[in-house]
Design a protein around this ligand. Structure first.
Ligand SMILES: Nc1nc2c(c(=O)[nH]1)N[C@@H](CNc1ccc(C(=O)N[C@@H](CCC(=O)N[C@@H](CCC(=O)N[C@@H](CCC(=O)O)C(=O)O)C(=O)O)C(=O)O)cc1)CN2
Ligand code: MET
Ligand SMILES: [Zn+2]
Length: 764
């Protein structure tokens, strides 16, 4: 059976892409050097996949920043504000300057908006389209990457973002009329794809992979007519490679499957890991006829080894349902770390259960061989059979945690919010419109270096902790000087808001080199939650009490909530996510109790990823929100009325979860709103939200410093829907990726604006 993968990490096993692009942005290297690093990464990937026995190797899986941005640039969907960056013919420096300006902003020009790629922790740049957008083929990246691979002797299948997904992921530009929809550009876009497919065919490409992940969402499933139109048109072209339409991140439903079956394309890729019901759907549509089925049976979203016997039986059941079945990953391997072999510090029992990108490629190859020639695969199969027969090791379980959770019962809750308010007002004297921040202050080069030095044994624990305390001193002093009301310690001791806790919790393992791209050159090392979670010792109390000892103003304790701990980790799959979330919640509940005992009166539990984990299909929302809200309440409901629980959520589109925010029962919630202020405020008004709310008053994702007037007008807008007694003033998100040069003036502008509005309120 032939083998393939839908995509591969692009960052390099030693984060080469991060270091090269950051050097380029600093002006330390030229375009030619950056391009050389990129070419080497692509070469390693293509040759690595071929060497591992993958028959159909993908190309154009590389990106300097993001593949949606690549597509926008290729079809010339470049907003007018970047006109000043238009590159001259063949001017590579200028080409990259514009590309990175669209990604990161430049010279006062705002970048494209960034948002989550489906339910992953990867972010893409949102194309802006309007009726005035003139689409045309303006780049040849897929062709160039195909040609590079061909030069290395490897025939590849260029990967393109599908026209339907591109248009549905894009947004209406600010100057487009209200009722206009991006899908109206479909015919123009298909013209561009037709030209592109012709050029790929001309270069000799046999196959092209067209990704349509949007078919896993309700929005995509509803566009069946457009889906039909896209593939009738592209399939009907005379000059084109064979087309594989690949779908992932969930099932596409039998109706869309029927459409693809009827379309004049040669292959369909299905994610049988997140949409296992599609095996039955395939039978329901009586198979795909003579089309090729690319069967995604190796999970591209987590780090667990594949159940090889299970995958073999799935593949076996597909044999009659398509002309040819190809073994594949469920989606691109972009979302998993590159190589397990680099991890020398992992517990051997855990390690034997894991597979990163390289190991998943080997699994795909093993499955392919096993189906053709079981003898040739005998050794690998025998080993895989033993591994998959083992259940969760006893050592990963902790009966005490389970017993404690049983004893706590279903849904512990706090006194009614209205009764808590006076207790909190008495405990902490805060002004109207209190100012605060989301938690982190800039992770400076010195802070990161101190951590690297400690890790590598160049400094000892005492020296490291001394440096972190000095940093806390600076952050506290700065906040006092700026005049903020509710202070934070700045989180200098945290490498990451999830990994920091994972390192201290039982049941969690962390990696040394398991980097996964989150956006652009920012990567994370998602920890691995493999067993029952417990908290051996307090995790934050010393740092927070130290910070509190340095100021008379109140300091907020800062924790990461259960949903976010799960969303940004690789989580065990032997029990429902909700059960695992309750274990994390219990550990947090203990931490919160300890913070409270230490005199901390404001405790923030970040649920940055609450929106992100929301299932792609509305039918699944309730089940998710039940456990998401339940675990937050379990974590936070043990406190006194006088202790104020804060929460924080990133990203807009709150309409979808504004009801859930209310049910979390936090006293104060800060949310991203700087780019969609009015929408959020309307949503809050609609549900009659009555708790404390801090709509982010400026965007921390860009280095731009807001003016006090701008912040002030945001606050006045919020006051139209929010009781002044409930309105908080804060930035959009944490400040860790910013520099002090922007942070300080931004916070000063924010405090000045709050003071102004406060005075006006006092004067009626
Ligand atoms: N997990 C997670 N997901 C999230 C967020 C988040 O904060 N965490 N925020 C949102 C946006 N996503 C983000 C993702 C990453 C970063 C980020 O800043 N990443 C850092 C790495 C953070 C980290 O792990 N730092 C470690 C390791 C740093 C490092 O690379 N050190 C050097 C040496 C130190 C030096 O001299 O700089 C090395 O090991 O080689 C530390 O500080 O200890 C980066 O890519 O640069 C920010 C936002 C959504 N998703
Ligand atoms: C991505 S949400 C960030 C919340 C965290 N407390 C911070 O300020 O960095
Ligand atoms: Zn945030």
């Amino acid at each position: 059976m032939s083998t393939t993968v839908l995509g591969y990490p692009r960052i390099g096993s030693n984060r080469e892409l991060k270091f090269a692009s950051e050097s380029y942005w600093k002006g330390d290297i030229h375009a030619a050097e950056l391009d050389a690093v990129a070419a080497k990464l692509r070469r390693d990937t293509v040759e690595g996949l071929r060497g591992a026995g993958i028959d159909l190797v993908p190309s154009n899986t590389f990106s300097y920043y993001d593949h949606v941005l690549d597509t926008a640039v290729m079809v010339d969907a470049v907003p007018e504000r970047f006109a000043q960056f238009a590159p001259g013919e063949g001017d590579r420096e200028a080409e990259l300057r514009r590309y990175f300006a669209m990604a990161r902003g430049a010279d006062g020009v705002a970048p494209l908006e960034m948002t989550k790629w489906f339910d992953t922790n990867y972010h893409y740049l949102v194309p802006e389209l309007s009726p005035a957008t003139r689409l045309r083929l303006a780049g040849a990246k897929p062709l160039a990457e195909y040609t590079q691979a061909k030069g290395l002797g490897v025939e590849t299948r260029p990967v393109l973002l599908g026209p339907l997904s591109f248009l549905l992921l894009a947004k209406r530009a600010a100057d487009a009329p209200e009722g206009w929809r991006t899908i109206e550009l479909l015919d123009d876009l298909l013209g561009v794809y037709a030209e592109l497919l012709a050029s790929l065919a001309g270069a000799g490409a046999e196959w092209v992979q067209i990704d349509e992940p949007v078919l896993a969402t309700d929005a995509g499933r509803d566009e069946r007519a457009a889906l039909e139109r896209v593939y009738a048109r592209l399939g009907g072209l005379t000059e084109r490679p064979k087309i594989l339409v690949s779908c992932y991140f969930g099932g596409i439903g039998h109706e869309s499957l029927e459409v693809l079956k009827g379309a004049p394309v040669e292959g369909v890729g299905l994610d049988l890991v997140s949409g296992p019901e599609q095996v039955a759907d395939l039978a329901r549509v009586s198979g795909l006829g003579d089309k090729t089925l690319v069967a995604g049976v190796v999970d591209g979203r987590n780090v667990w080894r594949t159940d090889i016997p299970g995958a073999l039986s799935t593949l076996g059941s597909l044999l009659g349902l398509a002309g040819e079945v190809v073994v594949s990953t469920s989606c691109s391997l972009l979302h998993v770390p590159i190589d397990l072999d680099a991890e020398t510090g992992l517990d051997p029992v855990l390690r034997s259960r894991l597979a990163f990108a390289k190991q998943k490629v080997a699994e795909v190859a093993l499955l392919g061989t096993a189906l053709d020639d079981p003898d040739a695969a005998a050794a690998g199969l025998a080993e895989a059979r033993t591994a998959s027969a083992e259940g969760t090791p006893k050592a990963f379980l902790d009966q005490r945690v389970r017993a404690r959770l049983d004893a706590l019962g279903a849904d512990p809750s706090r006194t009614d919010y209205d009764a808590r308010v006076p207790a909190q007002e008495a405990a902490s004297k805060l002004p109207l419109l209190p100012t605060t921040t989301i938690g982190s202050f800039p992770q400076t080069a010195e802070v990161r270096k101190a951590r690297a030095d400690f890790r590598n044994g160049r400094i000892d624990r005492a020296a490291y902790e001394g440096q972190m305390r000095a940093e806390i001193d600076r952050v506290i002093a700065l906040q006092e000087d700026i005049g903020l009301d509710l202070l934070v310690h700045g989180e200098p001791e945290r490498n990451d808001m999830v990994q920091y806790f994972a390192e201290q919790l039982q049941g969690y393992a962390t990696t040394q080199f398991g980097w996964v791209q989150s956006y652009g050159s920012r990567y994370v090392r998602p920890p691995i939650l493999f067993g029952d979670v417990a908290r051996p010792e307090p995790m934050t109390v010393d740092w927070i009490t130290y910070a509190q000892s340095r100021t008379a103003k109140p300091v907020k304790g800062m924790l990461t909530g259960p949903v976010t701990m799960l969303a940004w980790s690789f989580v065990r799959d032997d029990q429902p996510l909700g059960d695992t979330a309750r274990q994390v919640a219990l550990a947090l509940r203990d931490e919160i109790a300890d913070l409270e005992k230490a005199g901390i009166r404001h405790i923030q539990v970040d649920e940055a990823a609450l929106r992100e984990l929301l299932p792609l299909r509305a039918a699944d929302h309730t089940g998710y929100l039940d456990w998401a809200i339940g675990s937050f309440r379990l974590a936070t409901s043990g406190v006194a009325d006088s202790t104020q629980i804060h929460s924080h959520m990133c990203y807009s589109e709150f309409g979808l979860i504004v009801g859930a925010i209310d049910e979390l029962d936090a006293d104060v919630t800060s949310v991203e709103a700087a780019r969609s202020h009015m929408e959020l405020v309307d949503d809050l008004a609609t549900i009659g939200y009555r708790r404390g709310i801090g709509p982010g008053v400026y965007d921390i994702h860009s280095p731009r410093v807001p003016s006090a007037e701008e912040v002030e007008s945001g606050l006045r807008a919020a006051l139209r829907a929010v009781d002044p007694k409930r309105l908080w003033v804060n930035p959009d998100c944490g400040l860790k990726t910013r520099g002090y040069a922007e942070v300080e003036p931004s916070l000063r502008a924010m405090v000045a604006a709050a003071k102004k509005v406060r005075e006006d309120l006092a004067n009626g």
